[in-house]
Design a protein around this ligand. Structure first.
Ligand code: ZN
Length: 332
C-alpha cells in the first residue's frame, strides 16, 4: 500500500520575519508538534519523507532571473547585517530565508515526484515561507517564490503531468499563481477567497486570457460567510474546475487562514471542514481515474488551529476519519 507523505524542510522553521510578524517562526513549530502528536493515529498511513532541494532551473520555469537575484541579494544583505531585511510592504527575509524558500520548493518537488512515480499515494508539504502571492517577477504578501506554480511546471517539464489543476483555498486570492497561468490552458487555477480583501484581485470576472480563457476560476466570498455556504460554493466550483481542467495531477494551495478566528481573515471554517474539502477534491480526482494529489501549506496565522487543520488534511489524505473536535488539541 502506498502511503501519504509528510514533508517539512528543516530550514523552513528558521526563516525569521520577527515575532511581531504574523508569518512568524512559531507557525511551523506548532504545526509540527500537532502533527507529531497525531502520528500515533496515523503511524502506519502517513510517513515522513526526506525533503529535497530545488535547482535554479526549477525556479526559472516560473520566475525571472532578476527576481531570483533580488531575493538572493536581500538574503545576503540580511546575513551581513544580522537582522531581517524588508523586501517591500510586508515581506521580510532573514539570513535563513533562501534555504527556507528553496528548501520548501525542493520539498514540494520531492513530494510531487514521489506521488508521480507511484511511490506515495499523495502528500502534504508544510512549506514556509508561503508562495501563492509571488508573481514571476515580484515577492509579495510574505511570499518569495511561487512554490505551487514551480511544482506544476516541474511536473509538466519532467513529463509527469500534462494537465494540472491548482485548488487554492487560502483566505487570500492567489494572485501570483493566477498571473503565472493566466494564458495557459494546461494549468487550471481555482481560488476561493474572502472579498474584498488582500491583495484586491480575484474577481469572478477574471477568467484567464487568450488560450487560457476559461481556465481561471475565482469565487469571491464576503467576510462572515457561513461554513455551509462556503462548503456548497466550494463543491460547486470544484465541479466546474475539474470539468474544465480534466487534470492528471492536482495541487492544493492549502492555506488555513480561512479558519474562524484567524488574525488575517474573516471566514468561519473549522479544522474538520478542511477534512471534508480534501475528501471532496480527492473524490473528484479519483473519478478522473487519476488521484495524484499534493497539498502545500500557504497561509494560516493562528498557529494552533493551523496545526489542527493540517492534521485534518493529512487524515483525509490518509483515509482516516477527522479527529474528534471535542477532545483536547492533538488528542486522538
Ligand atoms: Zn493567506
Amino acid at each position: 500500500m502506498s502511503r501519504t507523505a509528510f514533508l517539512l524542510h528543516p530550514a523552513s522553521a528558521l526563516h525569521d520575519t520577527g515575532w511581531g510578524h504574523p508569518e512568524h517562526q512559531g507557525r511551523l513549530r506548532a504545526l509540527s508538534s500537532t502533527v507529531g502528536r497525531d502520528m500515533l493515529a496515523l503511524h502506519d498511513r502517513v510517513v515522513p519523507m526526506v525533503p529535497g532541494e530545488a535547482e535554479l532551473d526549477d525556479l526559472l520555469r516560473v520566475h525571472t532571473r532578476p527576481h531570483v537575484d533580488t531575493v538572493r541579494d536581500a538574503v545576503d544583505q540580511a546575513a551581513r547585517r544580522g537582522e531581517p531585511v524588508s523586501m517591500g510592504a510586508d515581506t521580510v527575509v532573514s539570513a535563513a530565508s533562501w534555504d527556507a524558500a528553496v528548501g520548501s520548493v525542493g520539498s514540494a518537488l520531492a513530494a510531487a515526484g514521489a506521488v508521480a512515480r507511484g511511490e506515495r499515494a499523495n502528500a502534504f508539504v508544510a512549506t514556509r515561507p508561503p508562495g501563492h502571492h509571488a508573481t514571476p517577477d515580484r515577492a509579495m504578501g510574505f511570499c518569495l517564490f511561487n512554490t505551487v506554480a514551480v511544482t506544476a511546471r516541474w511536473l509538466q517539464h519532467h513529463g509527469h503531468a500534462e494537465r494540472v489543476l491548482i485548488v487554492d483555498w487560502d483566505v487570500h486570492h492567489g494572485n501570483g499563481t493566477q498571473d503565472v497561468f493566466w494564458r495557459d490552458p494546461t494549468v487550471t487555477f481555482l481560488s476561493l477567497h474572502q472579498s474584498p480583501w488582500y491583495p484586491g484581485t480575484g474577481a469572478r470576472s477574471e477568467r484567464g486570457e487568450g488560450a487560457g480563457e476559461g481556465f481561471t476560476f475565482n469565487v469571491e466570498l464576503p467576510a462572515g460567510t457561513s461554513r455551509e455556504v462556503y462548503r456548497a460554493r466550494f463543491e460547486e466550483a470544484l465541479d466546474e474546475a475539474f470539468e474544465a481542467a480534466r487534470p492528471d495531477f492536482v495541487l492544493v494551495s492549502a492555506g488555513f487562514d480561512a479558519l474562524a478566528g484567524d488574525p488575517l481573515g474573516g471566514l468561519l471554517l473549522e479544522p474538520e471542514d478542511f477534512h471534508a474539502m480534501t475528501r471532496a477534491v480527492m473524490a473528484r480526482a479519483e473519478r478522473t481515474g487519476n488521484s495524484r494529489l499534493v497539498a502545500l501549506l500557504e497561509g494560516g496565522y493562528d498557529p494552533r488551529r493551523t496545526g489542527l487543520a493540517s492534521v485534518a488534511v493529512l487524515r483525509a489524505l490518509a483515509g482516516v476519519e477527522p479527529a474528534d473536535p471535542t477532545l483536547p488539541a492533538g488528542a486522538g
